[in-house]
Design a protein around this ligand. Structure first.
Ligand code: HEM
Length: 248
């Protein structure tokens, strides 16, 4: 059971509970206990399991999009709005990839299994931002000229790598629904969705290659460290599982 699902016997001991409804309820329970009456545990729905939590996360995920949309409309994206849009949507794609990959380790580190509820939504938002990134590039950089886009993808290796990442994301987005898991079988579905590790590495290489031309690696290094931690956690977990399997 989720550790957040019940309030402990005396939450009034927590400083933040002062004057809160939880404290009032706890004091009432304490009074009842002192008078010998049976104390029913006070149940509280964990915040992460609340139906509104998904709506809040959805709205938060859309914020960067609306912020950029507003910036384009109000002309506040700087001297080169097209470049700013392409870059910002690329940044958000990489950030959402990292956030999605952070769900599993965070579930373990924080002991909050309910975080898993948001993983699919975060993954689909990653796809949403990469499509927005591609459309911004196709429209603002190439005027939706398919011939020019194809030539550019072939000519510039960093764009070829980004395109490989986008293409790999398509089957993941298309099979992100429960019916697809049933249809494919859990093992095959899981195998396919491991492509996310290749995608994040392609995204990082794309970013590195682009910045290499400008000899500017500071941000790339930050992403590289975050991705190394997220993938390193998985390698460690897989090795521990294998070891446990060989012992038993
Ligand atoms: C996994 C997929 C992708 C990821 C994670 C990604 C991420 C990024 C990032 C982080 C940047 C740099 C932003 C900055 O400088 O702050 C960027 C730039 C860029 N990306 Fe992507 N991208 C992806 C796919 C694509 C695709 C499919 C295309 C086009 C076919 C593309 C075209 C570009 C272009 C043109 C730039 C800007 C280059 C410049 O301003 O010099 N990307 N991308």
């Amino acid at each position: 059971m989720n550790v957040m699902s019940t309030v402990g016997p005396n939450p009034s001991l927590r400083p933040s509970a002062e004057g809160s409804p939880a404290k009032v309820r706890a004091m009432a329970s304490a009074g009842a206990a002192a008078s010998g009456a049976a104390v029913a545990p006070v149940k509280r729905k964990p915040v992460l399991l609340h139906p509104a939590a998904k709506v809040v996360v959805f709205a938060l995920c859309l914020l960067p999009f609306f912020w950029l949309f507003y910036g384009a409309w109000a002309n506040t994206l700087g001297p080169n709005p097209a470049e700013a849009l392409i870059r910002a949507t690329g940044d958000w794609t990489l950030r959402f990839l990292c956030i999605t990959l952070a769900v599993s380790p965070l579930r373990q580190w924080t002991n909050l299994p309910a975080l898993a509820r948001f993983r699919r939504m975060l993954g689909l938002f990653t796809f949403f931002y990469v499509v927005t990134h591609f459309l911004s590039y196709g429209w603002l950089d190439q005027g939706f000229d398919i011939d020019a886009i194809v030539k550019d993808i072939i000519k510039r290796p960093f764009i070829l790598v980004g395109t490989a990442g986008l293409l790999l994301m398509v089957p993941l987005a298309a099979t992100s629904f429960n019916r697809a898991i049933k249809w494919m079988g859990a093992a095959r579905w899981q195998m396919l969705h491991r492509a996310v590790y290749a995608i994040v590495l392609l995204g990082l290489l794309h970013f590195f290659w682009m910045r290499a031309a400008k000899n500017n690696f500071a941000e790339v290094a930050v992403y590289a460290v975050v991705i190394a931690v997220l993938l390193g956690w998985r390698v460690k977990r897989a090795l521990a599982k294998r070891k446990a399997g060989s012992v038993s």
